[in-house]
Design a protein around this ligand. Sequence first.
Ligand SMILES: [Zn+2]
Ligand SMILES: [Zn+2]
Length: 919
Amino acid sequence: MTSPDQNPLPPNHDAAAAQASWYPRWTEHGVFTASAERATDHQPYVIVMPPPNVTAVLHVGHGLNNTVQDVLIRWRRMAADEALWVPGTDHAGIATQNVVEKQLVVEGLTRFDLGREPFVQRVASFVEQTGGEILNQLKAIGSSADWTRTAYTFSPELSTAVREAFVRLHEDGLIYKGHRVIHWCPRCGTSLSDEEAEFTETAGKLYHLRYVLADDPTQSITVATTRPETMLGDVAVAVNPEDARYADFVGRELILPLNGVRIPVIADAYTDPAFGSGAVKITPAHDANDFEVGKRHALAMPVVIDPEGVVREVEFAAGRVPDELEGVDRFEARTRIVKMLEAVDALVKIEPHQHSVRHCYRCDTVVEPRLSDQWFVRMQPLAERALAVLRSGELRILPDRWEAVYVNWLEGIRDWNISRQIWWGHRIPVWYCDACANTPDYAPIVSRTDITACPNCGGAVRQDEDVLDTWFSSWLWPMSTLGWPNLESADLKAFYPGDVLVTAPEILFFWVSRMVMSGCWFMGKAPFHTVYLHGTVRDMQHRKMSKSLGNGIDPLDVVRLYGADSLRWTMVAGLGLGVDVMLDPNDLDKSFAPGRNFCTKLWNIGRFLLSRVGTENVASVDSIAPDSLTAADAWILDRLDQAIADCDAALGPPRPANGETWTDAERGRGLRLSEYAEAARRFVWNELADWYLESIKPRLMQEGEDREVARSVLAHAFDGALRLLQPIVPFITEELWQQLPTTPPNAFIAQAAWPTRRSARTSLGDAFETARTVVQSIRTVRNENGVQPGAWVDATLVAEGVMAASLAPQLSTIGSLARARVTMASTAPGGAAAHVVVAVGLELVVPLAGMIDLEKEAARVSAELDNLDKQIEALDGRLSNEKFTAKAPPAIVEAERAKLVEWKAKRDQLAAKLRSFGP
Ligand SMILES: [Zn+2]
Ligand SMILES: [Zn+2]
């Protein structure tokens, strides 16, 4: 027998040592490695990791995102699914190119000085040397991804997938080259998609400009614009054809101030007569809406701002830019133009104007609308399928309020600009032959393989200079990482479609909905059945954490200070569905206290428990004869079953019950991680440690069969608790589980079975539940009467028949837990005593004589009672006054009534207490 002092574990948990010890052992034993072969007789469960940018550094948002995924994967791995978590990184076209361009600036160079090939080489070697560090950082927080399948969006395999997708969509008629106004970042020197040009609320100005009529300078039209510099490129002023105010103007010409260019007044239904003056200037080359108007009216499209955001006569703009504005940056040009307009009396007024301005999502530069040739994906046919899978229940989004957002976006979808004028990325697989360009049926060559000669004339070809939007590779991620387009790939066959996609709502459009589209289009199935959108980590002022605000938390700091488990527990326990996580970057101690406290408590429980269980063999709970179990044993086994049921309910269902589509009843359920954490915590802390362990201490101290039964139940209950907790706190649970005598050799809790409920449940445990209520009642009496914590009290349980019989074996347990000398009686003893009705047929009587100064206490209670009586009388009076009840708001009256009921109940209690002090 192990002496209680012989403790196998040190007093303080060494989180760093546990991490350093267990993580490499898990990977060496292939605990995280999934197998396509095993997936034939195990249900697969697949999550693809949102690939961080290859140059990214771990921040707290990644910490939260990956912890959530890890909890789900670890849960399903234990539940005997073939769990696969696919990790990897994204080459992140613009972002990575920007990083290397910044390095070049330090060397006094630009990418153009290097040239395309050397520059791409340079980025590639930069990525090779420093990239992917974030994946190692994810290991530090315990992520159990299958690192043998680590993918990269720019690897040869995934590049093949990108090219296949492009060619296939082109064959399907869904990719085309278009000439139109797109979003342009003058700093990054590339076009952007709608999603990449993010709106920012801006306090801008609205400039009202006066254009006079060419044939009658006394008459004019006023137009309003937020970008007066674009007036140099105006080709018309449009009015609504129904607008009587301008009926006489249509067809006549206006003179553009500053350059004297004549432009027509045209009628177009696009113009809203109620907005501003009802007349709008049309600048087709610098505004997407104006471009459409320009096309309808076959207007010229002069370009007056160049790709770097500098005003000049770029194209079709001869005579439009005055000399003093040529070569001036767009914002400086704005200031100068306003002054010049004012000088020629063409500026009517300037108003403050709050509006949304698009900014580059990579560098925050104000986006310039620009006319150019770009490649587009026709999105509507793709969007239709992505809508259909949501409607059919093949896909669901949690929290479900996001489903409407998803539907809205897909229903109003616009074509996706996928070409970028940068060098780092998948080059567009299109070749041009100048020799054939003028032949009648000429079309650029779209090819799966690189070509060097024109298939038509054999002459030289040149490849399109542009690369594809990074998201054009990310949207294939759930398929390409499994081997697509090779449909014979064992991984693709075994693991597609996957299960859950875990991310923040910010990339619902960028990425999530596009993955659904590509999955539906190329594989005929949505890539996952559940999208789980978790909250964002915010600081105490509810601001998003960011580098620029300096309010971030480095998860690795938290791991060093408190351990990965504390980080994980804090995040998961605080994670309501779709609710933001609030952490204070200035007080890590406080922010991560939930995790630290929990891990400390778990360690202390484990340490004490293991010292009592000892190291000798423990019999399996199932081998114990039912009549050898005490009520406490049966009770804790029941509580474990309940905890398992609660955890399962909070987490599940893992997939649609019919394997295909969610029913309405299932749709909103599951993935409530904080509820799962709380159910597991409650069991180990409030039930196992506070009650069961306390109640069996005497049994564990003596030799004999009863001790063996207690050891066995204790080991079983703790084993169950650790299994429930493993997905959230994998390191500390592994450390403790390895010490349990029931743990088989060479096993890891990381791949042990998820606990299941026992089939046998008897009413035996109910007696302990009643005993627990009695203990709580005695404790309440002690508190209310100010009994010293160390003092013993007398207590009598008044019960008969079955109740008495079931409680009789509990008296010593009740006594030791409540510090009471407990006896049973069939009638209540006389004298001053506290009386509590514990349950039907069970009364608790605690004599007060000798415990407290009865006289003094009676005087105090009686004064309290008098005071309460007066308050009740006053409130009663007020409520019977009709003036009050008729005039006061109903909510107030209701609250007052409730208060009266409460006070009356309290009066009854005090009166009973006074009576208990005796005559
Ligand atoms: Zn930019
Ligand atoms: Zn040719």
